[in-house]
Ligand binder design. Structure first.
Ligand code: NAD
Length: 332
């Protein structure tokens, strides 16, 4: 069934790719974004690449009336809620802003949905809810315990969603716990373009590759991992967003609350990622080993079995593909 999907935060990195995947799968897309971390141009490129148009509303997901009106006006049938502040380090310094924006936007969007009679909700959660995992790969049944305010906003919203789903059988709610998205659409037209200083590893590596910064800071080489640097599960953003389409399409046959990991199920260290970028670019990426960052963890790798079996979804792209497409998007 074709859905009309409101993507809150849809002008951002993952949101713009999600809009593209939804349009390509035959769904319609409406976006509400306040541009706190995005530039309006990203969605014009999505429209160009797909040949389809998107209804874009410049507004805040905390504005309940605006979100309700937007849903009614456009016949929205499902919501993917991505609007959030997402920098772990910044969240430690600005917990009021993080709890305020992330919790209020989720609750307000749910309230607007109930008022408009829209009951399908997909939530952008994060592997950060696992905190420092006891072992890897991590299944959805592993214990939860975020170690920073950003992760805690995701954990708290998951708790709220479970209660909301249990409160009324019309709700179908899915939390998707993303591991580490990298890469871009193969056209290279849609990229990760955070406003201000990047926080994630790949945008930092890209800044060095393009000469915008001198070196990548590597936080610790004494972790109990393959080469001492942190190991993460890098998932190509196109695989990630295809997971959203699969989750949305599975909802018609579901009810209640579901949680899925979206990851490759394969770990890559910081130094391996830098080497993979060197291989695809032919450039040398300077880096400096520095102290561990407070709150960091050695390893975080998904067990994606539940999404593989229940959603019929699998990653199709490698970490090297993600490096190539991140680089490609810098040069297009
Ligand atoms: N990128 C990652 O590594 C990662 C990992 C796990 C989870 N996530 C989650 O996925 C979602 C999307 O992440 P992203 O990487 O695309 O980040 P992003 O910053 O590129 O996108 C978030 C978008 O939300 C918008 N926004 C923020 N608050 C808003 C509000 N109150 N109202 C309207 N718009 C608002 C921003 O302008 C931005 O366009 C977020 O919820 C994030 O927490 C991201």
């Amino acid at each position: 069934m074709a859905e009309t999907v409101l993507v809150t935060g849809g002008a951002g990195y993952i949101g713009s790719h999600t809009a593209l995947a939804l349009l390509e799968a035959g769904h319609d897309v409406v976006v509400v974004d306040n541009y706190v971390n995005a530039k309006p141009g990203a969605l014009a490129d999505v429209e160009d690449v797909t040949g389809r148009s998107i209804t874009v509303v410049d507004g805040d997901a905390r504005d309940r009336k605006l979100v309700e009106h937007t849903m009614r006006e456009n016949g929205v049938t499902a919501v993917i809620h991505m609007a959030a502040l997402k920098a772990v380090g910044e969240s430690v310094e600005m917990p009021i802003e993080y709890y305020g924006n992330n919790l209020e936007s989720a609750i307000s969007t749910l309230d607007a949905m109930r008022a408009a009679g829209v009951w399908k909700f997909v939530f952008s959660s994060s592997a950060t809810v696992y905190g420092d995992p006891e072992s890897c790969p991590i299944p959805e049944t592993a214990s939860i315990g975020a170690t920073n305010p950003y992760g805690m906003t995701k954990q708290m919203i998951e708790v709220i969603l479970e209660d909301v789903a249990a409160s009324d059988e019309r709700w179908t709610i899915t939390s998707l716990r993303y591991f580490n998205p990298i890469g871009a659409h193969e056209s290279g037209r849609i990229s990760e373009a955070p406003i201000g200083k990047p926080n994630n590893l790949m945008p930092m590596v890209m800044d060095v590759a393009t000469g915008r910064r001198d070196k990548v800071m590597v936080f610790g080489n004494d972790w109990p991992t393959v080469d001492g640097t942190g190991v993460r599960d890098y998932i190509h953003v196109m695989d990630l967003v295809e997971g959203h389409v699969a989750a949305l399409e599975a909802m018609s046959a579901q009810s209640g609350y579901e949680v899925y990991n979206l990851g490759q199920g394969r770990g890559t260290s910081v130094l391996e990622l830098i080497k993979a970028v060197e291989d695809v670019t032919g450039l040398s990426i300077a880096y400096e080993i520095t102290d561990r960052r407070a709150g960091d963890i050695a390893e975080c790798v998904a067990d994606p079995t539940r999404a593989n079996t229940e959603l019929g979804w699998k990653t199709r792209r490698s970490t090297a593909d993600g490096c190539r497409d991140s680089w490609n998007s810098q040069n297009t």
